[in-house]
Design a protein around this ligand. Sequence first.
Ligand SMILES: [Mg+2]
Length: 402
Amino acid sequence: MAVGGGKRDILLCDLDAFFASVEQRDHPELRGKPVIVGGDASRRGVVAACSYEARAYGVRSAMPMRQALELCPRAVVLPVRMSRYREASDQVFSIFDRFTPDVEAVSIDEAYLAVSAGRGVETAEQIRDLVRRELDLPLSVGVSCNKLLAKVACRLAKPDGLRALWPDQVAGVLWPLPVGILPGVGPKAEERLVRAGIRTVGDVAAASPQLMESLLGSFGHTVYQYAHGRDDRPLATDHQARSLSEEMTFATDVGDAEQVLSALMEMAEELGHRLRAAGLKARTIGIKLRFPDFRTITRATTLGQATESDSTIYRVACELFLRHRGHPPWRLVGVSVSGLEQWQQMCFPGLTGASSQDGVDRTLDALRERFGKPVVFRARRLPPAGAAPEPGSRRPRSPSAK
Ligand SMILES: [Mg+2]
């Protein structure tokens, strides 16, 4: 059953500077100080997260560590402790579960919740209070009647705030804001719109849908709807998941097909893991490609037999990419699996007729569970000799198998 569409209140709950907040909680001497979590500056690391004190210096996520330390030389740099963050994330999600079964996990630190209409603000206050008292972490919450307005409200609430934004406030609150406040409108899209004289959300609302489509392709139509506060996307909650997807926006457009193949492998492994964790197999595998001009294509193949294998997902995604890749460079790539079916769990190599490939997948899953993040990769993911790994921002687009 889809939820949303006005009959329920929608909350977007987003932990503030999550990794950095966990570190400041665990190391109270770091409170009030600029903290950066991420890779090592001498080894081309990137910023995974930074505290608000570091943001004041211009430090941002996905920024090269070297640049971050030029902006804020006295920042405390800490390594990523993913298992610790996963533990905190699980605790936060278990608080969400006390209020509603309708939770869509957007990422490790962000989720949409649907609650009875009229209960949104009160629920948000209670959740924020519990997360603060039980976990000592700052959580911002946006409340509205759809995902878009809840998301914008949450951005306005940050840091550590609560904000509601209802449809009758769209003209007064949403329209004066820069167009980059809308989900999916990144710096490049914003630049393109500003060049066309469209600076605020109100400018989008006053433009024609045709103009928006000519500027941003099919996504332009969505942006136009967003500008009017309209969004009919349902919540994709775990118990009603119909597809799973992963996508990666490259920090800079990628012209090397090898690098795209590495990204496809990484996403295939993530999807395979999520399928197996949820006891699901997928019949249809798809890819998404976005080019620098925002033209976006999706292509999919339906298999004769459903799969949950990383290598099958990867093989099909590769075939689709090689057939439909068009002209480089690429701005974003994604992989999705749909046509999900429940299957019999439990097949360890040796105990059943499981193939050695199943065994590899399951060993990788076990290591991932143990260490809280992928620690072993297939060779495909190693970048070509001499190439730096692409600092991409990766975000799961549909419910994780939490
Ligand atoms: Mg967050």
